[in-house]
Design a protein around this ligand. Sequence first.
Ligand SMILES: [Fe+2]
Length: 295
Amino acid sequence: MPEETNAQLDTDESVPPAEPKAAHMPLDRAIETQHDLSAEINALGEAYARALKAGAPAETQPRLDYPPYRSSILRHPTKSLHHADPETIELYSPAFGHQDVHALESDLTIQHNGEPQGERIIVAGRVLDGDGRPVAGQLVEIWQANSSGRYIHKRDQHPAPIDPNFTGIGRCITGPDGSYRFTTIKPGAYPWKNHLNAWRPAHIHFSLFGTEFTQRIITQMYFPGDQLFPLDPIYQTIVDQDARDRLVATYDHSLTEPEWALGYNWDIVLTGPKRTWTENEAFGTAGDSNEEAGE
Ligand SMILES: [Fe+2]
């Protein structure tokens, strides 16, 4: 374990720390190499494979304690979640109100006077519950780097150009069939300070609000075939390959529009005991018993 974690102590791992990098030389103590990190990642992966063979259950969620993700060493939860009364917390937590979400907010390429640089893409899919049923009326929010791998954020100072025509945020509401659809620009990979020469695979951050703040789910969508997958400590915090694959979109030629944009499909499947709350809001009051049973 390093004597100190990297400077990325923000709660959002998506934002690299402010470090002058014009000389392309690290100024902090992130001197561990990708080789070092990959050895740790591979060892954890091999241990997981052995455990699977020995009959251990598949791990479908990111490990909270995943040492190769250095900036999480000191900040990952070490105790079980504090359970709040959902009705009480609603009195002071953010709420998903009833104001309209305009259809144009799902197009990240039309938010400025000019067109953003980069590869225009369509990202579409459905939000489904654990039984494959559509989850309608969900607020889906995304945020991402521009085509050069740069966020518009004061802590992102890596020397890639800001695109004045791309903010990198959008949102939409799922339709009756659970569908969502965004038009955006394919984000670039970007460096971060986990270790020397650390790069995040291209990704889009997704938030699903549920029906109240305590249900909010945040995840990341990746693009198929990214060479950085085996090197990325965040992607690898999910040790199960099948579970990791579910974060990777599929190129879908039926979504691709002629002379316009390539299409990627990515379905989001909600699982776990919270999911019936969403169903209740979308489809009525049935499902409380499922919630109690944690199905
Ligand atoms: Fe990010």
